[in-house]
Design a binder for this molecule. Structure first.
Ligand SMILES: *Cc1c(COP(=O)(O)O)cnc(C)c1O
Length: 421
């Protein structure tokens, strides 16, 4: 065994003290996948690989293969894998105080709430609610906006969302999600939702009347294949909802926390409510709802919403480490520069059609190649990418990825595209 391999094994053992886990080290991806299929509910299909370790922008599978991670756990691993500051902050917070419940608070919870209000340019009186995931943040937003119920004579019973939207899988958030395939098996769903074409200001104006309690918008529709909405559209949504008394919710679960080269893709437009999750904890589960303006904070009063884990000190410490690193390492400028460079390179590759996105949230369309086939070819060649449909590839790498690392994908793509054609 080489020195390196010995160190890796020792680190793995230290990280996994459970004998049940130790027993699995050394098993092949194939053997582990079979164990997975026997014990894990089949909602995700068969996992593409069994990953055992990560460092920076790379991960390794159980067979020892290395991959450049261009998906970042679906826009989650903001700082890559095993980031030293994130790791030490999480570890020391856990050793100091790991969990307190919502009967108590902790300095890291207060500090993260204050920091989120600062970076979102929230007006005085704005407040934060912490959850544990994106769908939970959206559930909180739905409960809050339901309180905007109108009057008995003129009730607000409708919610407007956009075609191709994705807002999560729990029943409330699922009501907002556009894909019929996701919703149909679970009908009836709790919300009365109408979907309108994304980006069409006149359609929005026509749909939002005094029967609408809320409008939910992703500034860039990530799951739909990185479909961007213009600042003009977001601004119009702000004005239309304000005029009609509907609440405006921006779902920045995927686009927030520096992903697009600004902290929030919707800036400078300020909604009534913003939801966050994916990138916020850098891999540690956390969600958040920012409620803008004192008048909106009054929609939910003591006892009307809650969570046991939300605002957990470790999760909040992780969020602080992520924001601290984005600021200290000037990552927003880095994300803009590397993202622009990447899209320029992609646009020049034969077989690639439209290239979309902002910062390090990018998608490209394949003219004739098959996207799921390309994902498989890319994995075999050591790259993790994602297909959002048959023709579209999405990239959401760690914000710390370098141009040199992205260039390895750019160089490999022509061959991957022909392999998938
Ligand atoms: C991923 C996602 C969600 C759901 O987040 P989960 O943490 O998976 O529940 C909601 N909205 C958007 C825009 C997302 O990308």
């Amino acid at each position: 065994m080489s020195q390196n391999a010995a160190e890796t094994t020792a680190a793995q053992l230290a990280a996994n003290p459970a004998p049940e886990v130790t027993e699995l080290t050394g098993l092949s991806s194939k053997a582990l996948s079979e164990r997975y299929s026997k014990s894990l509910l089949g909602v995700f299909g068969t996992p593409q690989r069994v990953l055992v370790r990560g460092a920076g922008c790379h991960v390794w599978d159980a067979d020892g293969n290395q991959y450049l991670d261009l998906l970042g756990g679906i826009a989650v691993n903001t700082l890559g894998h095993g980031h030293p500051l994130l790791t030490s902050v999480i570890t020391s917070q856990l050793a100091t105080l790991g969990h307190v419940s919502n009967f108590f608070t902790s300095p890291s919870q207060i500090a993260l709430a204050e920091k989120l209000l600062e970076i979102s340019a929230a007006p005085a009186g704005s407040k934060v609610f912490f959850a544990n995931s994106g769908t939970e943040a959206n559930e909180a937003a739905l409960k809050l906006t339901r309180r905007n119920a109108g009057t008995e004579a003129a009730p607000r019973t409708k919610v407007i969302a956009l075609e191709h939207s994705f807002h999560g899988r729990t029943l409330g958030a699922l009501s907002l999600t556009y894909k019929e395939k996701y919703r149909a098996p679970f009908a009836p769903l709790p919300e009365n939702v109408s979907w309108i074409p994304a980006g069409d200001i006149e359609a929005l104006r026509a749909a939002v009347d005094e029967t609408v309690s809320a409008v939910f918008i992703e500034p860039i529709q990530g799951e739909a294949g990185v479909l961007e909405l213009s600042t003009e559209y977001l601004q119009a949504a702000r004005e239309i909802t304000r005029d009609s008394g509907a609440l405006l919710v921006f779902d920045e679960v995927q686009t927030g926390m520096g992903r697009t080269g600004q902290f929030f893709a919707s800036a400078p437009v300020i909604p009534d409510v913003m939801t966050l999750a994916k990138g916020l904890g850098g891999g540690f589960p956390i969600g958040a709802m920012i409620v803008f303006g004192q008048e909106n904070t009054a929609w939910l009063t003591p006892g009307e919403h809650g969570t046991t884990f939300g605002g957990n000190p470790v999760a909040c410490a992780a969020g602080l480490a992520v924001i601290h690193t984005i600021e200290k390492e000037n990552l927003l400028a880095h994300v803009r520069a590397t993202g622009d460079w990447l899209r320029e390179q992609l646009a020049g590759i034969q077989g690639i059609g439209a290239v979309r996105g902002a910062g390090l949230l990018t998608a490209f369309e394949l003219k004739s190649a098959n996207a799921p086939k390309l994902v498989t070819a890319a994995l075999d060649a050591g790259f993790i990418v994602n297909a959002t449909d048959e023709k579209t590839i999405r990239l959401a790498p760690p914000l710390v990825i370098t141009t040199e690392q992205l260039a390895t994908l750019v160089t490999a793509l022509p061959q991957l595209i022909s392999a998938a054609s």
